[in-house]
Design a binder for this molecule. Structure first.
Ligand code: FRU
Length: 427
């Protein structure tokens, strides 16, 4: 184990692998990491909705599922008249399905009722005809006002029927699966940060061992006066981690918390929507994070960050030395967020949502001060063009993009990239 990750004052609270300040201090935009500029889609497929975090229905081995010829995805949604900043307070999980991976139909809210005051991100498993929907129950349903408690929930009972179109129906049962233990994972009452996290469950079956895991976004409880971050209290409020729980039986409802996979103590507060893609014998761990959640003295971007290790619980090293895999162009720094990587046709594809596309130099905080009509005009609130990513060992590079909402069907090969077309034209 790397010595710098050990903290004698508090054995056990640090993860085996860490994203260090030294690594993160090298973050910069490069040709390999910057996404192309996006434009609003010609027609908005879901004009009645704001749509953001999205995940595909996947098989146990992580492959995006095709159910009787349909691709299926789930998204956090809010009515399109909701102010963009307020959408998290009313988030509802909806289902979308598509027979061609391009044109999607709104299948409506998945649950009639669910745990929490609203539902945040998760993942969906298609296992032998059963749909398991893992999500974050945000807020305490018993509280009068809006609260930020987060619990990880699994809903079971969903079955898909395609006899007459497409339908996913319950009755659903909601099982509370995990909440923070206060030792490995910080509870809300321990948090000294601007936001606390225990959310975004992601199902993962390890192809090498057959073991079943659930990843999630969390924080490490850094004790006051701890030697972590050289005892610098201003950095200790930045304590993001990638949490993990193991199912001893393989049952997707039976989880035991394990030590975090990776932490970013002193580096970043939010390692959002962690997920793993296994490829060429390596484990690629991806998270989304924000410019404003990097610790003092560090400059990062809204972006997709990634790490690679030889084992699931291995010594993760940051991709591209710093961890940065995809970010937005410098002149559109908030154009997309919430990147989700999945393998297709030898490449990695990255789904993401179209966030703010018109900034005139503002920060997100400044956008929130604008007249409501301006806030709404600048917000995409739909799925962005899917990105194409090449990967080799610990290096990645942007290869181009597909269309808004494009999730190719399982047997579809990808078109040549722009770069390939240019080099063909040149010969
Ligand atoms: C990322 C995120 C998730 C959370 C959701 C809430 O975009 O912050 O971590 O589940 O948004 O809307």
């Amino acid at each position: 184990m790397d010595e710098q990750l050990l903290d004698e004052g508090a054995p056990g609270f640090r993860a085996r692998a860490g994203w260090t300040r030294e690594q993160a201090s090298g973050i910069e935009r490069t040709a390999e990491t910057v996404a192309p500029v996006f434009y609003p889609p010609e027609t908005d497929q879901m004009p009645h909705l704001h749509i953001w975090d999205t995940w595909l229905l996947r098989e146990r081995d992580g492959t995006p599922a095709t159910v009787d010829g349909y691709r299926v995805c789930f998204s956090l949604t809010a009515p399109s008249e909701t102010l963009p900043g307020a959408r998290h307070d009313v988030a509802t999980i909806r289902l979308f399905y598509s027979a061609d991976g391009r044109n999607w139909t709104d299948g409506g809210p998945v649950f009639e009722s669910a745990l929490g005051q609203r539902q945040w991100a998760g993942s969906a498993l298609y296992d032998d005809g059963d749909v398991y929907l893992f999500y974050t129950a945000a807020g305490d349903e018993a509280a009068g006002e809006l609260t930020y408690t987060q619990r990880i929930v699994g809903a079971t009972g969903g079955r898909i029927d395609t006899d007459d179109g497409f339908e996913l129906a319950g009755p659903w049962t909601h099982h509370e699966l995990l909440s923070p233990d206060g030792e490995r994972y910080e509870r809300e009452d321990q948090s000294r940060a601007m936001t606390y996290t225990f959310r975004d469950p992601w199902f993962f079956e390890d192809p090498e061992t057959g073991e079943t895991w659930l990843l999630f976004e969390a924080n490490s409880p850094v004790p006051e006066g701890s030697a972590a971050c050289g005892g610098d209290a201003t950095q200790q409020g930045f304590n993001g981690s990638v949490g993990i729980a193991r199912s001893p039986t393989g049952d997707p409802l039976d989880w035991e918390l394990a030590d975090p996979l990776l932490d970013a103590v002193g580096v970043n507060q939010e390692l959002e929507r962690p997920h793993i893609v296994y490829r060429d014998g390596l484990y690629y761990l991806f998270v989304s994070s924000h410019l404003h959640t990097f610790g003092p003295g560090l400059t990062g971007f809204d972006g997709l960050y990634g790490f690679v290790a030889e084992e699931l619980r291995g010594d993760y090293v940051p991709l591209n030395d710093t961890g940065l895999v995809v970010t937005n162009p410098a002149n559109a720094p908030f154009q997309a967020y919430s990147w989700m990587v999945f393998p297709h046709d030898g490449e990695l594809l990255v789904q993401n949502f179209f966030n703010y596309f018109d900034f005139a130099g503002e920060t997100l905080d400044e956008i929130a001060e604008l007249p409501e009509s301006e806030q709404l005009r600048r917000f995409g609130g739909t799925l962005a063009p899917t990105l194409r990513l090449g990967v080799e060992g610990s290096r990645t590079r942007m290869l181009g993009k597909l269309g808004h909402w494009e999730i190719p069907m399982a047997d579809e090969s990808l078109p040549p990239t722009e770069r390939e077309l240019l080099s063909r034209a040149a010969t």
